[in-house]
Design a protein around this ligand. Structure first.
Ligand code: ADP
Ligand code: ASP
Ligand code: MG
Length: 439
């Protein structure tokens, strides 16, 4: 069985939804995971935010505009009166539900319920479309099997057991559709896997059913060696290892949700990135091993804060680093990059929710310096010690950019640098020109 996930642009218009039919209508068994139509989750966020701030009229306007968009989509999507009626009724019920929140006081759980409407709509519309075209499919409600635990991590045992139970109800079916992104939490309330989370849903489903392959269909022909949003002349990479892809996704390559590689990596399930607008292209394959090109790709992540703890007395003493890291553990704040010297340790974080408390606690161990608005640049490739000169090429390329931290040797496949956020685009362009274009 394969899992095919289609992102927002791939389901973004009635034409795009229709174009998916030949891709999913195959003889082999498939689970299709859909995102919300492009722009919908952003609008739902705006609606929720305005309701939270008690700006009901603004929320109502956004709801009305979104509802009109969906009415237009329905009018272009279906041919028959029966399905036009079904589509319109579907929209009415979802938008009446969203509107019901403008009439009562607003809580965080309601926000999550609003955010879930995008994926519920896209999957229901696609299911109707297949039905109208007489392509048999089953709509599996993700809220019946996708679940996160108390720590907001996927409950993989629950997902596996409950998805299997759902699938067993339909032993003779081969085409299933479900929602990406949405899930329930440990208390049974509607929740989600964070922005871009449909990739994660696909990977978790792939692992739960031990799929032959997980395919992430998007608006670009695979994983590029640089971020096409900031750099011209990037090119597609045909093969990546799980480690390389995970590193790039975690450090900002938007094409994949940061956590989405891990479930497939654990079971060795290949992940293929494909372009919905160019479906015959092979795309990028992510698997256990990859061909060993020296430097493969560069990604960057913004909104990074560095924290430096300086203490001449304590660094050489046993347990100094443990005490420092315990502070981050207590405040559930992951540390990304670490560098140390004899008198100081610097770390980066991207979640500043508890920055004040972290700073206060760390000051017990030394002088604390915080710098905000930094970017991590992650260069991924094959950096095994024998390959000389790779680091020199990176630093030559960045000769004119001030670098605040460097992490090299933590693994065989990445070098991580920290620059000011304002220097990020320039740094990415210089690296692309010097490492790839002039090759
Ligand atoms: P979807 O809605 O299908 O999930 P996303 O917008 O989340 O699509 O991801 C695809 C986008 O990721 C591309 O359009 C591209 O702009 C961006 N992107 C960032 N880094 C990369 C990269 N290294 N390779 C390919 N695309 C990238
Ligand atoms: N619709 C969600 C979002 O926009 C999830 C996704 O598209 O992956 O973040
Ligand atoms: Mg995405």
């Amino acid at each position: 069985m394969k899992v095919l996930k289609f992102g927002g642009t791939s389901v973004g218009t009635s034409e795009r939804l229709k174009a998916l039919m030949p891709i999913v209508n195959k003889d082999e068994p498939i689970i299709v995971v859909l995102s919300a139509m492009a722009g919908t989750t952003n609008s739902l966020f705006e609606i929720a935010e305005n309701l939270r701030k008690d700006k009901k009229q603004i929320a109502e306007k956004i709801i009305q505009k979104l509802e009109e968009n969906y009415s237009q989509i329905v009018s272009k999507l279906f041919k028959s009166e029966t399905f036009l009626k079904k589509g319109n009724e579907l929209i009415l019920s979802h938008f009446n539900y969203i509107k019901s929140f403008t009439k009562k006081s607003f809580t965080i759980h309601q926000e999550k319920a609003i955010l879930a409407q995008g994926e519920l709509l896209s999957t229901a519309l696609f299911h109707f479309l297949l039905e109208e075209e007489k392509i048999q499919s089953i709509l599996l409600p993700a809220l019946n099997f996708m679940r996160i635990d108390r720590g907001a991590e996927p409950d993989e045992y629950y997902i596996q057991e409950n998805l299997k139970r759902e699938l067993q109800k339909y032993p003779n079916e081969k085409l299933f559709i479900t929602q990406g992104y949405i899930c329930r939490n440990a208390f049974g309330e509607i929740d989600n896997l964070k922005r871009g989370g449909s990739d994660y849903t696909a990977s978790l489903i792939g692992a739960a059913i031990n799929a032959d392959e997980v395919q992430i269909w998007t608006d670009i022909d695979g994983f590029h060696n640089g971020d096409p949003r900031y750099v011209d002349n990037t090119s597609v990479i045909r093969e990546l290892s799980f480690e390389e892809a995970a590193e790039l996704a975690y450090f900002g390559a938007k094409i994949l949700h940061p956590s989405s590689v891990r479930p497939c990596k654990d079971l060795g399930i290949p992940v293929r990135l494909k372009n919905t607008m160019n479906s015959s292209d092979e795309g990028t394959i992510i698997k256990s091993t990859s061909n060993g090109k020296e430097i493969k790709a560069i990604a960057a992540k913004d909104n990074i804060t560095t924290i430096k703890i300086k203490s001449g007395r304590m660094l050489l003493a046993y347990g100094f680093l443990r005490k420092v890291f315990e502070v981050f553990e207590i405040y559930k704040t992951p540390v990304d990059v670490i560098t140390t010297s004899e008198v100081a340790v610097s770390v980066t974080i991207d979640n500043c929710d508890h920055l004040g408390c972290i700073r206060d606690e760390l000051s017990r161990y030394g002088t604390v310096e915080v710098v905000e608005d930094q970017s991590i640049i992650c260069v991924v490739g094959d950096f095994i010690a024998e390959r000389k000169g790779l680091a020199r090429r990176i630093f030559n390329a960045l000769a004119d950019i001030p670098i605040r931290m460097i992490s090299y040797g933590g693994s065989d496949h990445n070098v991580t640098l920290l620059v000011k956020q304002d220097d990020k685009v320039k740094a990415l362009q210089l690296l692309n020109e010097n490492l790839f274009t002039n090759e």
